[in-house]
Design a protein around this ligand. Structure first.
Ligand code: AGP
Length: 602
């Protein structure tokens, strides 16, 4: 997703804005730019491709000033070219604007600006021209935008008429103000500003912020000065970097035992063996239905959560991808609970689905790794995943945190309804961090298999029951970082069509465990696959590998564990498999092509 960084009051503003943009690279982008105001007036430099290209441009044509505004662009309207890169300016070069989001009425606005010669076809370029056409002071021109723009936007702006001032406003896309001493900052998220400050103001929709070196003033949507809370965040982990790992993704895979331990510390009382989630204002015994909505990997965690909640707590659960749910607008049962699951807490479709659920009177829980996010601020209850910043675009530790948090939620609901959580699960849960640690020490086998899998053009991932969503997650991981095509199916579905594709060049990854009572069915599926000579990678516990030994070409063993924890222990080899295949393919593991970490546009 696009990234915004602004600094006012610092002589090295241009250089530091670029450093801030580099900390947002994980969000995904395809061009970058920076503007500054100095004795030469308002100037900008832009470049297609990586930030290194922008740095080269700045080496050719230096830019200076104690106020700067930068942007990394993830193309929505218009190709990823230098001309389409932000900041955009008006014809008189009075305004420079950086934008994250989509202006839905940009065509109408362009038609109203008949005297303007547009340099691009982008929606974002409309904004500086609208500002230049607005009357009044620069602040009044910005405040008028609220009534002129429709769509989602986070905007950083500066005006040559007020050379020591940054302006900011947002609607539906994240934007945060950082507070310094004699300098102040603007960013798409706190991560970009971590080296400069740990105190932040999170703007509300339609707020307008005015930043100078001396201070920050926030006006609400009515133009009235508003005192927004100042939050202090722990930004140390953001500054930690890769800590010796080759990629953030590998570091985050290896952080998972600690993430699970932290979740248990936060949400599980090991003495009473009971969950201790934040209190809710409703009685779970009266809840007729739970709705889980998310996107991508978070949606696949929700599919696991459905099993957990229905099996442990006995409440019907519907699961949907947010981009469908928000337009399907299904009737929701009165007294129902809606759970938004989102690592970033800013995914546009999930946010819109949450807003629909609120309009329908649902109780709303947000499960997120960003407790200061838009979704969190709109929810009755927030379950913080406490996984620490996830930098790699491909989600790993956040997925595990979501899955464990959904299990703890299911246990909490069961507890509230007086249902005893089935025996063995609490003990298995408490030993999960150690089990995952032991697993992560054995990735040599996975590297060997990865060299084989990397030769494939397409693969199937198969699983049953709780492992069917994990098969989907494994296929998604492989696709998004190695660019190899992979599809996942509930194993029982093979016979209903997909099996037509199998031959000796079409590998199949099968997940199975002996603890869910479905092993014999999975072995039958394996026999069907082997009969078509497809190479097979079997991932399972010892009993599974014994049962399938004669059918598979490669095996990866996972620990014997409680059936409910099989998703957690089978995810680990799938994450590492995708990682090592991507290394074989030489792709950009942490920032795969075309992907963004937080999809804040629909
Ligand atoms: C997962 O590897 C992807 N990065 C992507 O599917 C992601 O899970 C999805 O975009 C949802 O993001 P969110 O959890 O921040 O809402």
């Amino acid at each position: 997703m696009c990234g915004i960084v602004g600094i006012v009051g610092r002589d090295s503003a241009v250089e530091d804005v670029l450093d801030g943009l580099k900390r947002l690279e994980y969000r995904g982008y395809d061009s970058a730019g920076v503007a500054a105001i100095s004795s030469n007036g308002l100037e900008r430099r832009r470049a297609a491709g990586k930030i290194a290209n922008l740095e080269a441009e700045l080496n050719n044509q230096a830019l200076s000033g104690n106020i700067a505004l930068g942007h990394t662009r993830w193309a929505t309207h218009g190709a990823p070219t230098t001309d389409n890169a932000h900041p955009h300016t008006d014809m008189a070069n009075t305004w420079a604007v950086v934008h994250n989001g989509i202006i839905e009425n940009y065509a109408e606005l362009r038609s109203q600006l008949s005297n303007v010669t547009f340099a691009t076809e982008t929606d974002s370029e409309t904004i500086p021209h609208v500002l230049a056409s607005n009357t009044g002071t620069p602040l009044q021109a910005v405040q008028s935008l609220q009534g002129q723009l429709t769509g989602a936007f986070a905007l950083g702006m500066m005006c040559a008429k007020t050379p020591n001032t940054l302006y900011a406003t947002r609607r539906g896309a994240p934007l945060v103000v950082g507070l310094g001493d004699g300098e102040n900052y603007l960013g798409s998220d706190p991560m970009a500003l971590a080296p400069y400050t740990n105190t932040f103001i999170f703007l509300e929709d339609d707020d307008v912020a005015v930043l100078t070196a001396e201070g920050v003033t926030v006006y609400d949507s009515q133009g009235v000065e508003a005192l927004r809370p100042v939050k202090t965040l722990d930004v140390s982990s953001v500054l930690a970097g890769k800590e010796g790992y080759r990629h953030f993704m590998l570091k985050e895979i290896h952080e998972q035992p600690a993430v699970v331990a932290r979740l248990l510390e936060q949400y599980w009382d090991s003495t009473s063996q009971k969950s201790q989630l934040p209190q809710v204002s409703w009685d779970w015994a009266t809840v007729p239905q739970i709705t889980l909505v998310a996107c991508g990997t978070a949606y696949l965690a929700a599919l696991v959560g459905k099993y957990y909640i229905e099996q442990l707590a006995g409440i019907p659960v519907q699961v949907d991808v947010a981009s469908e749910f928000r337009y399907r607008q299904p009737p929701l049962q009165k007294g129902g609970v809606f759970v938004a699951i989102s690592q970033s807490g800013e995914t546009a479709d999930t946010l819109a689905a949450l807003e629909y659920a609120k309009e329908q009177g649902q109780h709303v829980i947000t499960m997120t790794n960003t407790a200061t996010s838009s979704m969190a601020r709109l929810s009755d209850v927030v379950l913080d995943l406490t996984a620490g910043p996830e930098i790699a675009v491909a989600s790993t530790k956040a997925f595990t945190a979501m899955t464990v948090s959904l299990l703890l939620l299911a246990a909490d609901i069961a507890q509230a309804k007086g249902i005893t959580v089935n025996s063995g699960l609490p003990q298995a849960l408490q030993s999960l961090p150690q089990v995952l640690t032991q697993q992560l020490s054995q990735d040599r086998d996975i590297q060997a298999v990865a060299k084989q899998i990397a030769q494939a053009d397409s693969l199937f991932y198969l699983g049953r029951g709780l492992l069917a969503p994990i098969a989907q997650e494994g296929a998604l991981k492989l696709k998004e970082i190695s660019y190899i095509h992979a599809e996942a199916y509930a194993a029982g579905e093979m016979k209903h069509g997909p099996i037509a594709l199998l031959d000796d060049e079409f590998p199949v990854v099968m997940l199975a465990t002996s603890s869910d009572g479905l092993l014999d069915k999975s072995i039958s599926n394996l026999q069907e696959v082997a009969a078509r000579r497809a190479p097979i990678l079997l991932i399972g516990d010892t009993a599974t590998l014994d049962a399938g030994n004669d059918l598979c070409d490669w095996q990866l063993q996972v620990p014997n564990t409680h059936a409910m924890l099989a998703p957690l222990v089978t995810t680990i080899p799938l994450q590492l498999l995708a990682y090592y295949v991507a290394l074989e393919k030489g792709t950009d593991v942490d920032q795969p092509r075309n992907l963004a970490k937080s999809v804040t546009v629909e």
